[in-house]
Design a protein around this ligand. Sequence first.
Ligand SMILES: N[C@@H](CCC(=O)N[C@@H](CS)C(=O)NCC(=O)O)C(=O)O
Length: 218
Amino acid sequence: MKLVGPWVSGYTRRVGITLKLLQIPFEHLPYHAYRETERVKAFSPMARVPALQLDDGQVLIDSNAIVDYLDSIVPADQRLTPASGPARVRAMQLVGYASACYDKLARYCDELMLRPEAHRLAHLQAGYREQMESGFHVLEAAHADPWFLGARISQADIMAVVAFQSASVVIPRAFDSESFPRLAALAQQAMQFTAFSSTLPDLGDLQASGLIGEDDGI
Ligand SMILES: N[C@@H](CCC(=O)N[C@@H](CS)C(=O)NCC(=O)O)C(=O)O
């Protein structure tokens, strides 16, 4: 399999972490959707990442579809989203909040990266930030012992950690361990797995993307 997209894309990182936790071998092609558009388009015509090319040449896009597929090819007891029942509902709820937080962060970052400073819409940025705060508060209030669904790590933990770590790099003053101690602890716990530590985006890559070094960033 080939995974297209850089770790700076949280949705790509989500898929990379999933592949690594499930011990599925893959080749990583870290093409950036904005900077290496033609390379990405060779796999994903809409120039979106992540894209996962299967060994038979078929390509899946959208992290939700990809992680669902990956769950379908591993033994049932290794799935990272429960197949049914209340645990599945809980996972879906939490993944929903975590990916909505990441989605708002991505829009906030697009404002920073793509729109010249004089034309940025302050009310949009403030609104995205407020929505992220609400979403992260829902996740902060969710009980994780040691993981959101109990003994085993799940997609809820993966997406929450990816979103929180990204937000805490881009807007460190708003998303830190003081305001969100449980999410910070969850991220620290997840970093014990090489699946998380080996996919942490490079700071140089974040600087090149224009995501840090701004007023809000580190
Ligand atoms: N819902 C999609 C979102 C994917 C997404 O937003 N990818 C971003 C990078 S994190 C991207 O490729 N943006 C460029 C674009 O959509 O044109 C998923 O879960 O995979």
